[in-house]
Design a protein around this ligand. Structure first.
Ligand code: SAM
Length: 219
């Protein structure tokens, strides 16, 4: 299937669509209010299926940084938790195209999977990215080859579980970028990735919103 849009134009289109995320999130206002009242964790309260039209993409500077980083480490196997409509997937698939790599991206909302696949098709990036539909904790079990790049950008409560799932497959030098670690739900993830006994070296970036980690290898 020939490409019909440039990747840059498609990324611009998606960022324009994301300008209305605030309005879409208003639909979840009753859930947010209940969360505050009951002191539940935000991502436990917000059902991803109720946010099927909300993009919540990585910031442009984060997407551009991830693309350069994936190129720098010549990432062949890239795993992404949280595709949404595929902004970060497009950035990473562009890097994958250059180095002969592949992105395996997980998204639980079927409408979002369809939209992300359509963006990949329109931009000619289908050979470089696969969208797994369903709960990432299940679908990412399909990843069995050595992983050299991970983006964590789904619901925050699952970051630790996703890394535990992928750990046997991480290659030494694998880089992991976790977005939005300023949420209270990621406190335990950040603590585990920065602890002196962890097999990772980590640094906070983007004013504490991102955590970049590198895997030392199994000890
Ligand atoms: C912040 S958005 C991802 C944005 C995307 N990385 C981008 O830059 O365009 C988080 C996504 O994670 C998805 N998600 C939440 N829980 C999930 C789960 N258990 N498995 C797979 N996807 C999940 C949500 O549906 C949502 O689309």
């Amino acid at each position: 299937m020939p490409e019909t849009r440039s990747v840059e134009a498609e990324i611009d289109r998606l960022y324009r669509a994301a300008r209305f995320d605030g309005v879409r999130l208003l639909r979840a206002l009753p859930e947010f209010a209940w969360t505050l009242l009951s002191q539940r964790r935000l991502s436990t309260a917000v059902n991803p299926h109720a946010q099927s039209a909300t993009l919540l993409p990585v910031k442009r500077r984060v997407g551009e940084f991830l693309q350069v980083l994936a190129l720098a480490v010549r990432a062949r196997t890239i795993v992404e938790y949280g595709t949404s409509l595929g902004v970060s997937t497009l950035y990473l698939a562009q890097a994958a195209r250059r180095v002969g790599g592949h992105v395996y991206s997980a998204e639980i909302v079927p409408e979002k999977c369809r939209a992300a696949r359509e963006s990949l098709r329109a931009t000619g990036l289908v050979p470089f990215a696969t969208v797994f539909e369903g709960d990432a904790l299940v679908t990412l079990q399909q990843v069995s080859c050595g992983v050299d790049f991970v983006l964590l950008d789904g619901w925050k409560r699952d970051y630790e579980k996703i890394i535990a799932l992928l750990l046997p497959h991480l290659l030494p030098g694998c880089v992991i970028y976790a977005d939005n670690v300023n949420f209270s739900e990621t406190r335990s993830y950040t603590a585990s990735m920065t602890s002196a006994v962890s097999p990772f070296t980590s640094v906070l970036m983007f004013r504490g919103k991102g955590l970049l980690s590198v895997f030392h290898g199994a000890s």
